[in-house]
Design a protein. Structure first.
Lengths: 267, 201
C-alpha cells in the first residue's frame, strides 16, 4: 500500500518535471523548427554568420582555457579554505547586468582614465579587440567555472592531500602535484560548462567588442551580436536570417553542452 | 617525543586528551572515542581551542601541517596517479633529501613492497604498505597511523617490521586500532574514551 502510493507520487513528480522541462526548451524548439523550416533564409548561414560563429567558438574556447589556467587555484582555495567572503565575491560579476561589465571594460581602457593610459602605453587595448572580447568572456564564464570546480574539489577525499602536506608539501604544491593530476575529468567538464556560458554571452561583448578589428577576424562580430544585428535590422537579412542564424548557432553549441554533461556523468 | 594536550569542542563531542611519549605508541578505544581527532590535532589538521602540540620539544601548536614533520596515514593516504617507486620517494624528492638506494630496498623488503604498477590500481592492502613505506622514507619526526594497518595481510609481522624500522630511524609512531591486544606489540598503550586518553603502559 505504502509502496504503490510512492510510485504514484513519483509519477506526478515526473509529469511536473517533464512539463517544466518542456517549457524551458520551447525557445530552442521554436528556433530549430522555424530556422531550419518555414523561415529558412540563406542569409542565416552566409559567410558573415559563419565567420561570427568561428569567432565565438574561438574566443569562447580561449576564455575557457584562461579560466582553467587562472581560476583553478581559486576554486581549490574556496573548496579547502572555507573563506565565505571570497565565496560571495566570486558571484558578483554574474549577478550584475552583463552590459555593465562591458561598460566597465570600456572605462578601464579609455584614454580618459589613468588605467586606460597605462594599458595603452603597454599596447593593451580592449575596445573592439579579440583581447577585449576574451577578457569579457573570461569575466562572465570564470564564476561559472569556479562554481563547477569547487564542488568537484569538495567531493574529493582529502586524505591524499593531508598525507602530502604531512610530508612537507605546501598547499600550492599539494594542489599541483597531488590534486590536479587526478582532477582532469572535473576540469574537462567544468571548462566545457564555462565554454557553453561564454558561447551564450551577449550583454558585455555587445559593448566592448561589437566587432573586432584583428586578423583573422577583421570586422567580424561575435555570433550573438550578429544575430541581434540581423534581428534589429542593423545588418540586412531580416528576421528570417536572424532565426536561421540562431538555429545554426544552437546546432553548433549543443554538442558542447552535451559533452559537458556526459563528461560530468563519467567522472 | 610527542607531547600533546588537546582541547577541542566538536559539536556535542569534546576532545580533552593528553599524551606525552615517544616510540611505538598504540592508541585504542571505541568508535567515536576521539582517536582520529587526536591524531588530526597532532598533525595540524584540526586547530585546537586550547592546549599545545610539541614535537621533539618544539612547539608546533600554531604551525601548519607542512612544517610539523608529522605525517598522517589513513587507508586513503596515497597519491593515486604515481607508480610504486615514484610514490615511495615522493617525500624525499619533495624535501630534496638524498637517501641511499639500499635504504629504499631495505624498507621495501621489510614491508613487503615487492610489486610495481600505478598505486590507484593496487589492492587496498598493497596501497597501505606503499603509503606506510612512503611516510617512513620521507624522514618525518612522527608518523600517525589511523587504522591503516587494518587491511594488511600478516598484520602483526608487518607491525613488528614497521616498529623496528621506525625505531632505527628514530621516528615516533602513534597507531590507532580497534584491537586492544595490539597494545602488547607496542612501547606504550593509551585507551581513549569520550575524548579523553588514559595511559595504560
Amino acid at each position: 500500500m505504502e509502496h504503490s502510493r510512492k510510485i504514484i507520487v513519483m509519477n506526478w513528480l515526473r509529469v511536473i518535471a517533464l512539463v517544466s522541462l518542456f517549457l524551458l526548451l520551447i525557445p530552442v524548439a521554436v528556433l530549430l523548427y522555424y530556422g531550419l523550416g518555414p523561415m529558412r533564409s540563406s542569409a542565416g548561414y552566409s559567410i558573415t554568420v559563419l565567420h561570427s560563429i568561428e569567432l565565438t567558438l574561438f574566443s569562447s574556447a580561449l576564455a575557457a582555457m584562461v579560466d582553467v589556467a587562472l581560476f583553478t587555484p581559486l576554486a581549490y582555495y574556496l573548496a579547502r579554505g572555507r573563506d565565505r567572503f571570497a565565496e560571495t565575491l566570486v558571484d558578483i560579476p554574474v549577478s550584475i547586468p552583463h552590459p555593465i561589465v562591458g561598460v566597465a571594460l570600456v572605462i578601464l581602457d579609455s584614454p580618459r582614465t589613468a588605467t586606460g593610459m597605462f594599458l595603452t602605453s603597454l599596447g593593451i587595448n580592449f575596445y573592439n579587440t579579440i583581447l577585449g572580447l576574451v577578457v569579457a568572456l573570461v569575466i562572465m564564464s570564470a564564476p561559472i567555472y569556479v562554481k563547477a570546480m569547487q564542488p568537484y574539489f569538495e567531493s574529493k577525499d582529502t586524505a591524499p592531500e593531508d598525507f602530502a602536506m604531512g610530508m612537507g608539501a605546501s598547499r600550492l604544491r599539494t594542489m599541483l602535484s597531488v590534486v590536479l593530476p587526478s582532477s582532469v575529468p572535473g576540469i574537462e567538464s567544468a571548462s566545457l560548462i564555462a565554454m557553453s556560458r561564454a558561447l551564450s554571452e551577449f550583454g558585455s561583448i555587445s559593448i566592448i567588442a561589437y566587432y573586432v578589428l584583428q586578423y583573422p577576424f577583421y570586422g567580424v562580430s561575435p555570433a550573438s551580436v550578429t544575430i541581434y544585428a540581423l534581428f534589429s535590422g542593423a545588418v540586412s537579412g531580416g528576421l528570417d536570417a536572424a532565426v536561421t542564424a540562431s538555429a545554426v548557432m544552437i546546432l553548433i553549441s549543443l554538442p558542447i553542452a552535451l559533452a559537458a554533461h556526459f563528461s560530468r556523468r563519467n567522472r | 617525543m610527542i607531547d600533546v594536550n588537546a582541547r577541542k569542542k566538536l559539536g556535542q563531542f569534546s576532545l580533552k586528551a593528553s599524551l606525552a611519549d615517544g616510540g611505538f605508541i598504540c592508541l585504542t578505544g571505541g568508535n567515536g572515542s576521539g582517536k582520529s581527532s587526536l591524531m588530526r590535532a597532532i598533525a595540524g589538521l584540526l586547530p585546537l581551542d586550547e592546549g599545545h602540540v610539541k614535537i621533539d620539544g618544539i612547539d608546533v601548536t600554531r604551525s601548519p601541517t607542512e612544517t610539523r614533520g608529522v605525517v598522517l596515514v589513513t587507508p586513503g593516504s596515497h597519491i593515486p596517479h604515481l607508480n610504486v617507486d615514484d610514490h615511495l620517494t615522493w617525500g624525499t624528492r619533495l624535501k630534496k633529501l638524498r637517501i641511499p638506494s639500499e635504504r629504499i630496498s631495505t624498507v621495501k623488503g621489510e614491508l613487503g613492497v615487492d610489486f610495481t604498477g600505478r598505486v590507484s590500481e593496487l589492492s587496498q592492502g598493497m596501497r597501505e604498505r606503499v603509503s606506510l613505506a612512503t611516510a617512513l622514507l620521507s624522514c618525518p619526526k612522527a608518523i600517525l597511523i589511523d587504522e591503516a594497518f587494518s587491511n594488511i595481510h600478516n598484520r602483526l609481522d608487518f607491525m613488528a617490521a614497521y616498529r623496528k624500522l621506525a625505531a632505527d630511524a628514530r621516528v615516533d609512531v602513534i597507531f590507532s586500532t580497534q584491537d586492544r591486544s595490539d597494545g602488547s606489540h607496542s612501547d606504550h598503550l593509551y585507551v581513549m574514551s569520550d575524548g579523553a586518553a588514559e595511559k595504560i603502559s
